[in-house]
Design a protein around this ligand. Sequence first.
Ligand SMILES: [Zn+2]
Length: 212
Amino acid sequence: MAKLGILGLTLAIPLAIFFLSAGNAGLSDQAHVVTVVIDAGHGGKDPGAIVAGIKEKDINLSLALRAFSLAQGIPNLRVILTRTSDRYIGLVERVRFAEQVGAVLYLSIHANACSDPTICGVETYVDDSRPRDDPSWALAQAVQEAVCAQTGARDRGVRTQRLYMRHTELPAVLVEVGYLTCPAERRLLVDPGYQQEIAQGILQGILDFLGL
Ligand SMILES: [Zn+2]
C-alpha cells in the first residue's frame, strides 16, 4: 500500500488495536464471541446467609466481580454480570436478563450455610427438572471440578434441587463455593487471595464447558 489517507489511518488504528487485543483469535473468530451471564446471588434487601457478621451477598458479589475482571483477557468470551453493586434483583428477572443479552449459559454464585460446622466444601447444583442429557449437568461438572482443583476445597459433588433456573432453558447452574458455617472455610471465603482462586476456578469451568 503506497499511501494511507486519513480514512485509511482511522481504519488501520482500530484494526491494529483489535488484533493486539484479540490475541490468538483471528478476524473471522470475532463473530464467535460467546456471552455468558454470571450472577452474584442475593443482594440488597436479601443478604443470603449471615454468619459471624459476614453477609453471603457480599462474598458472592466480590467473586462475580473478580470473575468478570479475569475474563477481560480472554478472547471470544464476554461476561455480563446481573449485578455489580449491592442491589436486589428478582430471581426470574435474573434468568430473563441472561436470555435477553443472548447468553449461552447462566451461572449463579452462592456461599453455603448449615447447622453443622464440620460440613465444608464446594457443591454445584442443577435444577431437578433438568433431564440427564441437559447440558447444565456438564456445565455443573466442569465448574465443580475446576473450582475444587483451583482452590483445593473439599469436593461435595454435583447435586440437584428445585431451583429458579427451571424458568429458563439456558444451561444454568448454581455453585455453592464454600460454607460460611465452616470456620476454616469462612476465613478463606473472606480472603482476597482465596476469592481470586475461586473466581479463576469458576471461569475455568465455564471455559472448559465451552471448549474455549
Ligand atoms: Zn445463597
